[in-house]
Structures are given as structure tokens and as C-alpha cells.
Design a protein around this ligand. Sequence first.
Ligand code: NAP
Length: 294
Amino acid sequence: MQIDNRVTGKTRLIGVMGNPIEHSISPQLHNTISKHLGIDLVYVPLKVEKSDLENAVKGLKALNFVGFNVTIPYKKEVMKFLDDNTKEALLMGAVNTVKNIDGRFYGYNTDAEGFSRSFKEETGVGFKGKKVLIIGAGGVARAISVKIALEGAKKIFIVNRTLSKAEEISELINNNVVNVAHCLYSEDDSVSSIFEESDVVINTTSAGMHPNEDVLPLEQPIKFSTNQIIYDVIYNPAKTKFLLEAEVSGCKTVNGLGMLFYQGIYAYEIWTGVKIPDEMKKELFKSFKDILQK
Ligand code: NAP
């Protein structure tokens, strides 16, 4: 019988903590990277109940994990159990990646960096000087808005059906990053004209996500402009109704697959200090899309 040498006494551990966790494809992504780079790490799913979160974090420290990802519903709550969080993660109010540095746990947010890398890779442009409209004001909207402000957008409009949440994010940006943010109620009359004039529109709501594929993020009628970039953080389905309508109007469209992929790439780089070669990233992204779109 052939001996399986993939895991030995020297193998170090990383993982993803959340609940549910069964749907996650992060184990496949990270274990493929380690295998191809010849790095002796194994990435495992870590399903944790809410009442056990603090003990689970302590347990990973006791077991000397290299680090771990954090996913729904613990991205905010985990922060109080860590030794420190980056300034960006504090502003974004969420941590999705933790690194063990000499026995201390540090929290990072790679979702926003993943979004930013995906946007630049897939559109060829950045946010400097751009007018950006963000639909939604949840966790993803907060992280992305902070990132876009840090990257030099000229104006950021945050539109949400619950105005108070959009207000909170725009105040956070104006008071802590740069004074470029405005908030709007999604039924406000001015939304359609601001939408039309924006260079980039990003849907960060879950409207249109499987199984509610008929839903649009804005109920009022809107008109796309052909030179706009329309980004939807949803990746299931690969093309939401919103993206399909934008595509028909001649806009450049991007879905959330790249964000998911690049947040993982950045996390891996944080844990290992290894820069993943561009050629490998390209191939990996292709295979990643294939397994997610099956
Ligand atoms: P969240 O904190 O729960 O926020 C959800 C947002 O969507 C809120 O602004 C909510 O409005 C709005 N919303 C929900 N249903 C709506 C509807 N029918 N019409 C209009 N607005 C609606 O969620 P989140 O963590 O930010 O996640 C948002 C989306 O991002 C999800 O679809 C998630 O799958 C996706 N995501 C993608 C990635 C990626 O890597 N691509 C990573 C993380 C999350 P109210 O404030 O009024 O309730």
C-alpha cells in the first residue's frame, strides 16, 4: 500500500471559521496553492457555533495555527477576540483573515483588497478621480466604500433602502478617510440622475442572488450609460438580472467571482509572505471559475 505523504508531523495548519461552512470553496483554493507552490500547509473547514467563538479562537492559538479566515457570521464579532486589528480592518468594521505573528493574532480585511484587485484586473482602471455609486449599506458596502475612498475616488454615493445605514457609512468615510461621501435613500428622486452620471456603479446588496434571481437592487427605473462600469459583488448567479440589463445597455460588467478569488490570494500572501506568480494566478482563476460555475 502506498503511504500518503500529504500531511506529516511537520505540516502547519490554516483554515476557515464560520457557520455554515460546508459550501466554502476556500479549502480547495488554498490547498491547491500550497500544493503547487510546495508549501507544507493544510487548510481545513472550521464550523463554529456562536457561543464557542472565543474558545475556538483560543484553541487555534493553542494549536499554533499559521492563521485562519473568518466568514459569515463572525467577521465583526471575531475582532474582539484578537490581539490587534489593522487600521483598515477597524475602519471597515470586519476581519476576514487572521495571522499568527509570534503567538499573537492580528486581524486583516482582505475582502476590500480582493475587490480592489479584481476591479483593477478585470477593468484595467482604478478609482482615482472617479464618481462611484454604491448600492447597499451592509458589511460589504462598508469595506468597499472605505477602500474606494482610500484609493482616491472623487465622489462616493451610498444608496440604501434603509437610509440610516448609508448615513453611518458616509459619516465614517467623511470623518476618518476623506470628505467625498454622500448618502441617499434608494427611492430618492435624485438617484436616477446620479446613477446615470456615475463612472462606476457597484451592487453590494444581496438582491438578485440565487434563489431570488428576479430581484433588482433598485426598484425605481434607472438608465445605464454605455461608458459605465457595473460591478456586482454577487457571483451566484454569474450574471445577475442587474448585470444582464447593464450588459444589454453596452456597459462593462464584472461579477463578484474575482473579489472572492483575490481576497483568498491576498490572505495566502499575508500568511506565507509568498507572492503568487501571475501565470499561476491566471490559471488558478480559470479553474476556480469552472468549479464555481458548475
Ligand atoms: P449585509 O450586511 O446583510 O447587507 C445587505 C445589504 O443588502 C443591505 O444594504 C440591505 O439593505 C441590502 N438588501 C438586501 N436585500 C435587498 C433587496 N431586496 N433590495 C434592496 N436592498 C437589499 O450583507 P453583506 O455581508 O454586505 O453581503 C452583501 C452581498 O455581498 C451578499 O450577496 C453576499 O453574498 C455578497 N458577498 C460577496 C463576496 C465576494 O467575495 N464576492 C464577499 C462577501 C459577500 P438594508 O440595509 O435596507 O437591509
